[in-house]
Design a binder for this molecule. Structure first.
Ligand SMILES: C[S@@+](CC[C@H](N)C(=O)[O-])C[C@H]1O[C@@H](n2cnc3c(N)ncnc32)[C@H](O)[C@@H]1O
Length: 368
């Protein structure tokens, strides 16, 4: 299948950062093109100078490496002037020929913006006749496939239709293990009513995004230990306590009383930059202090290389401008220090759906 470019979704206002990241990631792989950036559109299209085969570009551009992307779609058609009275005929024309094979699933999406929200109802309705047409043409599998234990529609080789407006759409494909599993790239989570702050969803999403289900079981098992820096009122500690972990919560503010009553939390009114674990090395260091990203990155590195913690999840608060550059500098610095110590580690960073102006980083180390 010939791919014309990449379409990535992002938080509104982050288009410039995503475009910079896409240009950097593609150039590093010898793929050249240019990004079209329109502020507050919630998406960036990076058009290749020369169309490329799906199998080729899919191996080179990886969703996990794109911090600011909520979704990664390989675009095979750009339709900027659809006939509003008969869009399906325009779509059918594009899907002539046998190069598309059979899609396992098909979704109709929109940006996570105010304009996008007005398209949401239309997208839901349009998905029904679109799927019928795709099935009739033999490009969509007959049976609706849902992922196990979930309502998600993105399964197998998925065809994405992304509407910018009612008469402007991109058609593309995403492939398993190189995308978000969620429609519109949005990982919706239900706020637990007994959690002390909405921040709890940031750590919950991070845990589910960065760790496999097996890792969640083993690395965050009952009785494992953690330090939570900048813990108050306790949204992140809540996630750890839910997993029956022992937590040292560090902050000058007040912790939620119900969390303290669990007996799993020790509270320390201390400066997170000076704190050291009270009972020896912990399994996890988590940190949500709002501080300069380089200061937090240095602190996390210090804990890892000095054996104060095994793994870490933390937020880096982004500056107003040059967010991509600031993130790159922080990550490069962390990796240089870990490599100096010959540590075996995995690092990943993502601007998660529940984040605002911060990127979450996860570092999991392996003992040799
Ligand atoms: C965004 S809030 C944390 C919210 C928390 N993760 C939750 O889920 O409820 C940031 C916290 O970091 C704390 N903080 C900022 N600088 C700190 C420092 N140097 N030492 C300890 N706590 C700090 C603040 O007091 C504030 O409670």
């Amino acid at each position: 299948m010939k791919i014309l470019g990449l379409l990535c979704y992002c938080r509104a206002g982050y288009e410039q950062n995503l475009a910079q990241e896409l240009e950097h990631a593609t150039a590093a792989q010898g793929i050249f093109g240019y990004a079209s950036v329109k502020l507050n559109t919630g998406a960036v299209y990076f058009q290749f100078y020369t169309p490329d085969e799906l199998a080729h570009c899919e191996q080179k551009v990886r969703f996990v490496d794109l911090m600011f992307a909520r979704q990664l779609v390989f675009v095979f058609a750009h339709l900027p002037q659809l006939n509003r009275t008969d869009r399906l005929t325009d779509f059918a024309e594009v899907l002539q020929g046998d190069e598309f094979g059979t899609f396992t699933s098909a979704v109709v999406e929109h940006a996570d913006t105010e304009d996008g929200k007005t398209l949401a109802k239309f997208c839901r309705k349009f998905a029904v006749p679109l799927r019928q047409m795709l099935r009739a043409k033999g490009v969509l599998q007959n049976k609706t496939v849902k992922a196990k234990n979930s309502q998600q529609n993105i399964v197998g080789k998925c065809m994405h239709t992304f509407f910018v407006e009612g008469d402007h759409a991109y058609l593309g494909v995403s492939v398993p293990s190189n995308r978000s599993r969620f429609e519109n790239g949005i990982y919706r989570l239900k706020f637990p009513p007994d959690a002390p702050s909405r921040s709890t969803l940031k750590l919950e999403e991070a845990i589910r995004y960065f760790l496999s289900p097996d890792e969640q079981q083993t690395l965050l098992a009952e009785h494992t230990t953690a330090v939570d820096l900048g813990a108050c009122p306790g949204g992140w500690t809540y996630q750890l306590v839910q997993r029956k972990m022992q937590v040292e919560a560090v902050d000058n503010g007040a912790m939620d009383e119900r969390l303290m009553a669990t007996g799993l939390v020790d509270y320390f009114a201390a400066d997170g930059f000076k704190y050291t674990p009270q009972y020896g090395k912990v399994n996890w260091l988590v940190c949500d202090m709002i501080e300069q990203p380089d200061k937090v990155a240095n602190l996390m590195t210090h804990w890892l290389v000095n054996g104060l913690c095994e793994h870490t999840i933390f937020n880096l608060k982004l500056p107003m401008k040059q967010r991509f550059t600031a993130m790159q500098e922080a990550l490069t610095h962390i990796e240089a220090k870990l490599q100096e110590q010959q540590m075996h580690y995995r690092i990943a960073a993502k601007h998660l759906y529940h984040n605002r102006d911060e990127v979450t980083v996860c570092i999991v180390t392996e003992s040799m």
